[in-house]
Ligand binder design. Sequence first.
Ligand SMILES: [Zn+2]
Length: 59
Amino acid sequence: MSKQNRGKALWNLQSRGRGTCPVCKTERIKVLYDKTLGDGTKLKVCKRCRNKKIQCVEK
Ligand SMILES: [Zn+2]
């Protein structure tokens, strides 16, 4: 599963993998990284947030 977030595979995703990151609120960024929060909530976040520690997000 290398390079799963690059190239043609993205084009099969909803909105081609782009959306609004729930953490930093950046719009039209690629939101490709699975993140599991402290409470078990699963999120998709952008590359900027994938390494952040996220405790909760505004919904
Ligand atoms: Zn983000």
